[in-house]
Design a protein around this ligand. Structure first.
Ligand SMILES: Nc1nc2c(c(=O)[nH]1)N[C@H]1C(S)=C(S)[C@@H](COP(=O)(O)OP(=O)(O)OC[C@H]3O[C@@H](n4cnc5c(=O)[nH]c(N)nc54)[C@H](O)[C@@H]3O)O[C@H]1N2
Ligand SMILES: Nc1nc2c(c(=O)[nH]1)N[C@H]1C(S)=C(S)[C@@H](COP(=O)(O)OP(=O)(O)OC[C@H]3O[C@@H](n4cnc5c(=O)[nH]c(N)nc54)[C@H](O)[C@@H]3O)O[C@H]1N2
Ligand SMILES: [Mo]
Length: 769
């Protein structure tokens, strides 16, 4: 019944291009969910697993961080891509010691990430010894001793890097950062550095807290929902149900995107009979097909239009009372924004002035506006300034801390926000560290650690020698693949705590260890019995998750157990932190969290309430703004954007409908009409013609990066095919991670240091045969 793992790897020659879809979800989505489930898990497991997904007594979907609706959950509270995420984890395929005996690391390095992931779940702790060609089994104790010896042999704790990916539970994240700080470093890069770091930086300086200010109810009660730089139909499909409810209540929806993404156009809810059969809802009332990186200019132009509308009808647009009482820096903002030059805005955005005016008018009439965004805004050179400008618009209209209004950075990984709350950050504030030190009688280092990009630099330059990855796929998720892989390979030890095989396992340090771990779907039994973990969604709700499936192998350990054992081996049995108690009963971890982290009082009781509990958010709760000025700050920024150099395109790197970050589920980007292959570049037909190319022509991509002294560095990704697509001229799109070799390590966003994955200057070279 279940599909065997593929033996054949991706053959890019099999590319099939069909018509793009303008609707998302609907019958095919349900059919695909079930088909993938059946192939990977069989009938019984598919039914048992999918029925527990996002239920109160079940597990949290390891897909995205979009919240469940409070109260009435539907029986099938999941989407096509959530079902794929679960099938991927609950698969019956296994990667055993026999597999590693049959395949050398060198051979595995020739396989695609898709092939590696499709082989199944990791079952045993494995080690690649110095000079060996194959991974071999190692006992858990042997692995922990090896790690401890290496860590304790370092000249300084700062020579070790401890990465985290955002699926890690609160309990595992809290113990992990506690271990790392007890060991003596803040070198805790995480996937957030590549994801919403820009949102955190902008929101912290604008409103004093890096998290979104709205609830699901706010979204459903809004008059106007602006969705900028986000593809919810693929990446947050459950959000479409809330948008549909909002529409039903009369909300207007505006999509700002270079691409006409399916879910932003039309939506058919598979959970409703009329959704399945009908033609669906027209989702976006307005679609602004903006040039890549044009959003900063757009938001500034909107600011000018709002101010001018206020001039025309004083007292109707600008919320003076809110600004006088709660905001700082308005006069300076007003003076700057009135000088915004519309010609520059039109060049930067590629939009018509009338389109921008339409949006301005909608913002003026809306009493409740929610602004949602994701990677289209955060992975830009001036991402922080762009998001600050968006917040300026909401402040201008007083759209903060009232029902139906506010900021909604739509998070990626299912617990990425929770991990940050638990202290996974290279620069946690001193108040957090002080509370941690008081609770445990440790002395946390105060010097900031390295983020993702700086971690690669540290390993590249020999300043760091040990890499530990709590989940994720560092080698393929980060930019400048060749540099990152060489950096990992230069380490004396790399340790990956993983559920499935990925690229990071096959670009090992001199010695490498794989520690296989339980996934969220699986039962976690420790000394005190069955354990639950908790997660925090994109809107600050904390709730429990309990897996029910038999673990993929009897040798798996939970992430919490792995952390506690690493800590005991490294810090010694008599270390002050009660690692054994923590491992045996996760309630004891939550008790400590309740004393260390604000908002977690009575954690164990409140997390057991049916929908969990909501963390405090001062701007949302009381219109108070814990910034340096004590007020919400209007930010003033220069108008910047990324012009397309002559004969080049600006490339954005994004997700297909059939992947989860570096995990490739399959080869069907259904909504965009691309099948069986992944190395495609979506281009405007006029750009294709001007290069003398035709559809499906073979091309190589060469990125161009100008150094301070004017020299141009080139990076290549060969073997792509051209697909004509609706995108502004001069802009192109291609899938990540295949395009990560093109992104220079130093191409990062100002302040947030996030790789600029949505703005790479590329030369498209025809392949001559
Ligand atoms: N099924 C599935 N779900 C996922 C993920 C997944 O890989 N698969 N990943 C998870 C993670 S970690 C994250 S962070 C989120 C990512 O969720 P998204 O941010 O939706 O992911 P991307 O595919 O990067 O899409 C970026 C979107 O921004 C648009 N865009 C790019 N540049 C610009 C710009 O300059 N301006 C504007 N206005 N728009 C722009 C692109 O056209 C695209 O629609 O999804 C999460 N959920
Ligand atoms: N070019 C480009 N690069 C990007 C992006 C982009 O848009 N463009 N997006 C960036 C973004 S938003 C993000 S969030 C990062 C993602 O970066 P990561 O989070 O590092 O990458 P993932 O692909 O999500 O990690 C997948 C691996 O996690 C492991 N895993 C899965 N579940 C579990 C679990 O429960 N526990 C443990 N321990 N391991 C598990 C599996 O081994 C799997 O192979 O990539 C970034 N990189
Ligand atoms: Mo992300």
């Amino acid at each position: 019944m279940t599909r065997p793992a593929p033996i054949k790897d991706i053959d890019e020659a099999d590319l099939e291009v069909t018509k793009r879809k303008d609707y998302a979800a609907g019958v095919p989505a349900v059919a695909v969910s079930l088909k993938r489930g059946l192939e990977e898990m069989g009938l019984l497991r598919t039914t048992r697993t999918l029925l527990k997904l996002n239920q109160r007594d079940g597990f949290d979907c390891p897909g995205c961080a979009w919240p469940e609706r409070p109260g009435g959950r539907k029986i099938a509270e999941f989407c096509e891509n959530g079902a794929k995420a679960v099938s991927e984890e609950a698969t019956l395929r296994r990667v055993t010691p026999k597999f590693f005996a049959e395949h050398s690391v060198e051979e595995l390095r020739t396989k695609s990430g898709y092939w590696l992931g499709q082989q199944g779940r990791l079952t045993h702790p494995m080690v690649l010894r110095e000079g060996a060609t194959h991974y071999e089994p190692i006992s858990w104790d042997g692995a922990f001793t090896l790690i401890a010896d290496e860590l304790n042999g370092l000249a300084s704790p700062d020579e070790a890097i401890f990465y985290t990916s955002g699926r890690t539970s609160n309990e595992a994240a809290f113990t992990y950062q506690l271990f790392v700080r007890s060991f003596g470093t803040n070198n805790m890069p995480d996937c957030s550095n590549m994801c919403h770091e820009s949102s955190g930086a902008a929101l912290s300086s604008s409103i004093g807290i890096g998290k979104g200010s709205v609830s699901v109810t706010d979204v459903e009660e809004a008059d106007l929902i602006i969705i900028a730089g986000q593809n919810p139909g693929t990446n947050h499909p459950r959000m479409l149900s809330n948008l549909e409810i909002a529409k039903g209540r009369g909300a207007k929806i505006v999509a700002i995107n270079p691409l006409p993404e399916a879910g932003l156009r039309r939506f058919k809810d598979p959970q409703k009979v009329n959704g399945v059969l009908g033609s669906g809802v027209e989702m976006a009332d307005e679609f602004l097909q903006i040039r890549l990186s044009g959003d900063l200019a757009l938001f500034q132009a909107l600011g000018r239009m709002l101010l001018e509308a206020e001039d025309a009808n004083p007292g109707t647009v600008v919320d003076r009372a809110f600004i006088d009482e709660h905001c700082h820096g308005f006069a300076e903002y007003e003076a700057a924004i009135r000088t915004v030059d519309y010609d520059t805005v039109l060049e930067a955005t590629g939009l018509q002035l009338s389109e921008i005016r339409t949006l301005a008018d909608m913002m003026i009439t809306s009493e409740r506006t929610v602004l949602c965004w994701a990677m289209g805004l955060t992975q830009q050179k001036d991402a922080v300034a762009t998001i600050e400008e968006a917040v300026n618009l909401l402040l201008l209209r007083g759209m903060m801390g009232k029902p139906g209004a506010g900021v909604c950075p739509v998070r990626g990984h299912s617990n990425v926000q929770g991990d940050r709350t638990m202290g996974i950050w290279e620069k946690m504030p001193d108040e957090f560290l002080d509370a941690l030190d008081t609770e445990f009688r440790i002395t946390s280092p105060r010097e900031h650690g390295v983020d993702t990009v700086d971690a690669i630099r540290a390993m590249r330059d020999g300043a760091a020698r040990v890499f530990v990855g709590m989940g994720g796929n560092f080698a393929h998720a980060t930019s400048d693949t060749a540099v990152c892989e060489a950096a990992l390979q230069g380490c004396s030890l790399t340790v990956q705590i993983s559920t499935k095989l990925n690229r990071s396992h096959v670009v090992p340090g001199r010695t490498a260890i794989i520690l296989p771990t339980l996934g969220r779907t699986e039962r976690d039994v420790q000394a005190s019995g069955k354990q639950k973990v908790s997660v925090e969604d994109s809107m600050s709700m904390v709730h429990l998750s309990r897996g029910g499936l038999e673990p993929a192998s009897e040798y798996l350990r939970s992430e919490v157990s792995i952390v506690c054992r690493m800590a005991l081996a490294t810090l010694g049995e008599d270390h002050v932190v009660p690692w054994r108690t923590f491992e045996g009963d996760y309630d004891t971890i939550r008790d400590s969290v309740s004393r260390v982290i604000t908002g977690f009082d009575d954690f164990n009781t409140r997390v057991r309430q049916p929908d969990g509990f909501l963390l405090p958010h001062p701007p949302r709760d009381s219109r108070s703004f814990p910034t340096t000025t004590g007020k919400a700050n209007f930010a003033t920024n220069p108008l910047t954007w990324l012009p397309t150099p002559e004969g080049r395109v600006i490339l954005q790197t994004l997700r297909s409908h059939d992947q989860y970050n570096t995990t490739i589920y399959g080869l069907d980007d259904r909504y965009r009409g691309v099948k069986n292959a992944r190395k495609v570049i979506f281009m405007n037909p006029a750009d294709i013609a001007s290069l003398g190319l035709v559809d499906e022509a073979a091309v190589n991509l060469v990125s161009e990066w100008t150094l301070a002294d004017g020299t141009v560095e080139e990076r290549r990704a060969d073997g792509f095919r051209v697909v004509s697509y609706s995108t502004p001229q001069g802009n192109a799109a291609a899938y990540y991670p295949e395009t990560n070799p093109l992104i220079p390590l130093d191409h990062v966003a100002t302040t947030s240091n996030t790789p600029v994955s949505k703005g790479v200057v590329v030369r498209v070279e025809p392949v001559t045969v």
